[in-house]
Design a protein. Structure first.
Length: 131
């Protein structure tokens, strides 16, 4: 099975760690990560997911990123919009997408402990929907 992964580069160092955990989880399920696409941030993820899911050989996708708490509701609005777009893409393509975005509203001290579980759970969700 082939998995595509979309990564938000805004918090690149942390998302690179998430990508390692996601790859490891995919390996444990005998999945191949055949495509990794980096986008500027979570807001650009839906377009990249839409493009990935058009490939016949991609059975599912994962999106990894972080939306930290800010001084305004921008992150909350963005998180809701991105999540809605991801749900719509699953239905459009009839392929599962694992949501590995930490936040919205994540405080800096909460991000580190969530990198591994969010990445692994996103891959696990795709695997569960395929199997």
């Amino acid at each position: 099975m082939n998995l595509g992964i979309v990564c938000g580069a805004f918090h690149r160092e942390k998302v690179e760690r998430m990508l390692e955990f996601a790859r490891n989880e995919a390996d444990s399920k005998n999945w191949e990560v055949s495509e990794v696409v980096w986008v500027p941030g979570s807001m650009e993820a839906p377009l990249a997911l839409d493009r990935l899911l058009q490939y016949e050989d991609i059975q599912g996708a994962v999106v990894l990123g972080i939306i930290e708490r800010g001084d305004t509701d921008h992150g909350l609005v963005m998180g809701q919009s991105v999540t809605r777009a991801i749900i719509d893409l699953q239905i459009k393509h009839n392929k599962p997408i694992g949501l590995g975005i930490i936040g919205p509203g994540a405080e800096p001290e909460h991000v580190g402990p969530r990198l591994e579980p969010h990445a692994r759970a996103a891959v696990g969700a795709v695997a569960a929907m395929i199997e």
